[in-house]
Design a protein around this ligand. Structure first.
Ligand code: ARG
Length: 459
């Protein structure tokens, strides 16, 4: 049974029906649709559409339906109802007959779907926030565990300066912190109820929309009915938050794929998140990270898709907007799953500390130290940079690190170089000098860890 039909002489083709129906996607909003319906029944009772007894019976039937879908949401998929709103109404009418037909008084599926989706986003947003905080905590645990592990820092994928593994972890802690902020912002802005906006012009019943909004747990109610039913900014903002965060996760994944490579050998992934090759028995592949990197594309696709769907769409509701849910649900599921997988990766990561140290000692990662040493001896930095460039060239020629050049060899490039130069070239000295706020020195890493930890405890 469809919710419409009076105006029609014939039936829709089955092919069109399948094309038009959204139940296979929007059945996930069943509980939200029912919760919204219970609040709506109360609102129309307040303006005299339903009497006390009708409200009680409608509410009881809706509560019963809610318990049933909570227990078995898959039952919905057996129906050929057009969408979740139709499904709920049809069930209601089956349960309580004609009274069920009164529920939709003053309401449109346009304000209903907008409300359901926002309710769904609010709930899912809470789960996503939890996953983000968890992920951030996992990176902090890893940072704590590896705060003394020396790691080569890279630019252009060339060894640049030594850092600690803990410092690398804390870079992601910062990124996830901004992701948390972005998600919270999006959730704050969407926390406004469209219910009572009707099809587009506002309901004709004198509903107290703010009270209705509060009853549903919204911060407030929307101020323009046209906007309320045609706004999908919140979908786009959530997709943007998901995309930015997935971009961070893809960099995390890529870094680890590189660290895990045979060439680098800095880390080993836990067996919990790796697979083997069907042909090559020696292989252990970083699949979890590769899939995180790969799935990032799907999430960006959903964002681009939704922006494109909404572009130049005339006010107010158009059926185009039904396309909002498939991409959103998939993108948020993917984001959630990738965050959980990243936690497994981080928790099980084994760092090969001697390999990371050895790599940090190669590649002339202490060249900047030598330049800074010369600056300390009153040589202007640009000149020092040039001198050290020549020293590096000579060292490459001899295939030795800077600290293996003898003092006489070094003095050939500058007579300001003295015996004390060697202590400046050690990894320890390089790290400890980065004592500035946000730097890689041990003390700074400790401080950053403590600050984020107390910030998270406050959440
Ligand atoms: N299933 C639709 C959607 O997801 C909601 C129904 C609005 N339909 C309508 N004919 N106004 O957007």
């Amino acid at each position: 049974m469809a919710l419409w039909g009076g105006r029609f002489k014939g039936k829709a083709s089955l092919q069109f029906k399948k094309f038009n129906d959204s139940l296979p996607i929007d059945y996930r909003m069943a509980v939200q649709d029912i919760v919204g319906s219970i609040a709506w029944a109360q609102a129309i009772h307040e303006v005299g559409v339903l009497n006390d007894d009708e409200l009680v019976r409608l509410t009881a039937a809706l509560e019963e339906l809610k318990a049933s879908v909570e227990e078995n949401p898959q039952q919905i998929l057996l129906s050929d109802a057009e969408d979740i709103h139709s499904w709920v109404e049809i069930q209601l009418i089956e349960k309580i007959g004609d009274l069920g037909k009164k529920l939709h008084t003053g309401r449109s599926r346009n304000d209903q779907v907008a409300t359901d989706l926002k309710l769904w986003c609010k709930e899912t947003g809470g789960d996503l926030l939890f996953a983000l905080v968890n992920l951030q905590q996992a990176m902090m645990n890893l940072a704590e565990r590896e705060k003394d592990t020396v790691l080569p820092g890279y630019t252009h994928l060339q060894r640049a300066q030594p850092i600690t593994f803990g410092h690398w972890c804390l870079a992601y802690v910062e990124m996830f912190d901004r992701d948390i902020g972005r998600l919270k912002d999006a959730l704050y802005r969407l926390d406004v109820s469209p219910l009572g906006s009707g099809a587009l012009a506002g309901t004709a019943y004198p509903i107290d929309r703010k009270a209705l909004a509060h009853r549903l747990g919204f911060r407030t109610a929307t101020l323009n009915s046209l906007d309320a039913v045609s706004d999908r900014d919140h979908v786009i903002e959530l997709l943007a938050s998901a995309s930015i965060s997935m971009m961070h996760l893809s960099r995390f994944a890529e870094d680890l794929i590189f660290y895990n490579s045979g060439e680098a050998g800095f880390v080993e992934m836990s067996d919990l998140v790796s697979s083997g090759s069907s042909l090559m028995p020696q292989k252990k592949n970083p699949d979890a990270c590769e899939l995180i990197r790969g799935k990032t594309g799907r999430v960006f696709g959903a964002l681009t898709g939704m922006l494109t769907t909404m572009k130049a769409l005339a006010l107010a509701y158009n059926k185009d907007m039904q396309e909002d849910k498939e991409g959103l649900f998939d993108a948020l599921d993917t984001w959630q799953e990738c965050m959980e997988m990243a936690v497994l990766v981080a928790d099980g990561l084994k760092v090969n500390r001697s390999r990371t140290l050895a790599a940090a000692q190669q590649g002339y990662a202490n060249a900047t130290e030598l330049a800074d040493y010369l600056v300390g001896k009153d040589i202007p930095f640009r000149e020092a940079h040039h001198i050290v460039g020549e020293v590096v060239l000579a060292a490459i020629d001899k295939a030795v690190p800077l600290e293996d050049l003898t003092i006489t060899q070094l003095q050939a490039f500058s007579d300001k170089i003295e015996q004390d130069v060697y202590q400046h070239l050690t990894i320890e000295s390089t790290l400890n000098k980065r004592e500035v706020l946000g730097g890689t020195s041990r003390a700074q890493v400790e401080k950053a860890l403590a600050t984020t930890q107390s910030g998270n405890e406050a959440i």
